[in-house]
Ligand binder design. Structure first.
Ligand code: PEP
Ligand code: MG
Length: 328
C-alpha cells in the first residue's frame, strides 16, 4: 500500500526542521496506514472527499427525502436503512470518516476543512441535480463560505457542524481544528462564524481553533481584516494561483501558464505569511505547490512558514531535503 521506505522510516529518525511537515489526508480508509509516514499532523482533510466516500448522497435530498422522485427515494432509503433517520445517517457517517482520520493522527493537529464542493460536483451526488444551480463558472460560483452563509444550504451546513461538535466535545477529539474554505469577503467569515457558534462551534471554546484558507487574492491583500476573525491562514496555492493568474486550473490548454512560483503569486503568499507572523497567528500551506516544486518549498521555509501540508508520497523526501539544507 505504501512504499517500503516510507513505512519503515520512524518519525524520530528525521530531525526537526523549522517548519512542521503535515500531510493532506482525505480517505479515512487510508488514514491509519498513512499515519505511519513521518508527520506532524494533517494540514488538510477535505470534507468533500469524506462525504463522497462515506455518504454519496446530496444532503438536501436526504433532508427532504419524502419529496424525492420514487427511484431516488428508494435508492436513498436502501442506503440509510441501518440508521434511525436521514439526518442521523449523514452525521454518523461523517463522524466515522472524520473520526477515523482524527484518531489515526491523534497526537497531532488535524485540520478538517468544511465541505468545498462546487455546484457541478454536488450535482453528481445522489439526488443532487434538483438542488444545484447550473452555473457557467462553478469554480468561482456557489462554493465555500458563501454556501454556508446562504439560507438554502443552512440545514445541510448544520449537519457538518453537528458532526464536528460531537467529535470534539463528546468524543474528545480536540486535536480537530476547523478550516473555512473560499471566503471572498470579510462579511462572509463573520456570518459563517456566527452560524457555527449557533451550532456550538466557537473559537476558543474547548480549545477550538478556526482558521481559513487564504486562496483568493482578497484574502492576502486584505489579510489583517480577515485575521481579525480567525486563528490563522492555510494558503491554498491551487486556487490562489488560478485566481491571481486567471488560469483555469482544470484546463489542459492553459496548464503551462499555471505556476505557483510566478512573482505575482509569490507576492501574495509573502503578504499572507508576513501578516500572520506579525500577529502570532498560524500560517501554513496546503495547496499542491510545495509537493510539486522543491524550490517553492524551500522558499516558503525561508519566509518562516509554520507548516506545510504535503501529499503523503512527498513528505519523507521533502523532510530529508529540508533537514539536510538546514544542517548545511
Ligand atoms: C487550494 O486551493 O490550494 C486547496 C488546497 O484547495 P482545493 O485544491 O481543494 O481547492
Ligand atoms: Mg481551494
Amino acid at each position: 500500500l505504501l512504499p517500503i521506505e516510507v513505512t519503515t522510516t520512524a518519525v524520530d529518525s528525521l530531525p526537526a526542521v523549522g517548519t512542521k511537515l503535515m500531510m493532506n489526508v482525505g480517505n479515512p480508509e487510508l488514514a491509519f496506514a498513512q499515519s505511519r509516514i513521518p508527520n506532524q499532523g494533517v494540514g488538510l482533510a477535505r470534507m468533500e472527499f469524506i462525504i463522497n466516500r462515506q455518504i454519496g448522497i446530496h444532503p438536501r435530498a436526504l433532508l427532504e427525502l419524502t419529496s424525492q422522485p420514487a427511484g431516488v427515494r428508494a435508492e436513498i432509503e436502501q442506503g440509510i436503512a441501518a440508521y434511525a433517520s436521514p439526518r442521523e445517517f449523514f452525521v454518523q457517517r461523517l463522524v466515522e470518516g472524520i473520526g477515523t482520520i482524527a484518531t489515526a493522527f491523534a497526537d497531532h493537529p488535524v485540520i478538517i476543512r468544511l465541505s468545498d464542493f462546487k455546484s457541478n460536483e454536488y450535482a453528481h451526488l445522489l439526488g443532487g441535480k434538483a438542488y444545484e444551480p447550473d452555473e457557467e463558472n462553478p469554480m468561482i460560483g456557489f462554493r465555500g463560505a458563501s454556501r454556508y452563509a446562504s439560507e438554502s444550504f443552512a440545514e445541510a451546513f448544520a449537519l457538518e457542524c453537528e458532526a464536528l461538535r460531537y467529535l470534539r466535545d463528546e468524543m474528545g477529539l480536540v486535536n480537530i481544528r476547523i478550516m473555512v474554505p473560499f471566503v471572498r469577503r470579510v462579511a462572509e467569515i463573520e456570518a459563517v462564524l456566527e452560524i457555527m457558534a449557533s451550532h456550538g462551534l466557537r473559537r476558543g471554546v474547548n480549545g477550538l481553533q478556526i482558521v481559513m484558507m487564504c486562496e483568493i487574492p482578497s484574502n492576502a491583500l486584505n489579510a489583517d481584516a480577515f485575521l481579525d476573525h480567525v486563528d490563522g491562514f492555510s494558503i491554498g496555492s491551487n486556487d490562489l494561483t488560478q485566481l491571481t493568474l486567471g488560469v483555469d486550473r482544470d484546463s489542459a490548454l492553459v496548464a503551462s501558464a499555471f505556476d505557483e512560483r510566478d512573482p505575482a503569486v509569490l507576492r501574495l503568499v509573502e503578504l499572507a505569511i508576513t501578516a500572520c507572523r506579525a500577529r502570532g497567528k498560524y500560517v501554513g500551506i496546503c495547496g499542491q505547490g510545495p509537493s510539486d516544486h522543491p524550490d517553492f518549498a524551500d522558499w516558503l521555509v525561508s519566509l518562516g512558514i509554520e507548516s506545510m501540508s504535503l501529499n503523503p508520497d512527498t513528505v519523507v523526501e521533502t523532510w530529508r531535503r529540508l533537514a539536510s539544507s538546514a544542517a548545511a
